[in-house]
Write a protein that binds this ligand. Structure first.
Ligand code: DQA
Length: 143
């Protein structure tokens, strides 16, 4: 099984960005943790982060024939990116939408996700553990 670990804008600053909300684990530590668990599960993982919407769309297109699933934290694009939503539909990728924080407990505008409807599964409010749960979910629900 092949999985893309995809992180959107501002997630490159994990560890220093609002640690009281997003925790102190850095993006590279997160990517290593997911890679480690993936190895145990026999899953190949590629990781990518971008602050640019088009770069995220491009990456979804690029992996569409390789990936069996995507662990995706779209960051703030969650709330308004129809191009990312369309890319998920267009590529037919099985996407688990992950958020470190619990969006239901934050500002009202964060409760809206244009991604949720096209995601295969959604995990939020579990911090870094949510990414590992997403990997396990993909393994348990092959397409
Ligand atoms: C986030 C929540 C988003 O609202 C925010 O813009 C992020 C991170 C999360 O992981 O909790 O960048 O996706």
């Amino acid at each position: 099984m092949n999985v893309l670990l995809l992180n959107g804008p501002n997630l490159n600053l994990l560890g220093e960005r609002e640690p009281e909300i997003y925790g102190t684990t850095t993006l590279s530590q997160l990517e290593s943790l997911v890679a480690e668990r993936a190895r145990e599960l026999g899953v190949a993982v590629r990781a990518f982060q971008s602050n640019h919407e088009g770069a995220l769309v491009d990456r979804l297109h690029e992996v569409r024939k390789w990936a069996d699933g995507v662990i995706f934290n779209p960051g703030a694009y969650t709330h308004y990116s129809y191009s990312l939503r369309d890319a998920i539909v267009a590529t037919r990728l099985s996407v688990v939408e992950v958020h470190l924080s619990d969006l239901t407990q934050r500002e009202p505008w964060r409760r809206v996700s244009v991604i949720a409807e096209v995601a295969a599964h959604r995990i939020m409010g579990k911090g870094i553990a949510g990414y590992l749960e997403a990997l396990e979910w993909l393994v348990a629900h092959p397409r």
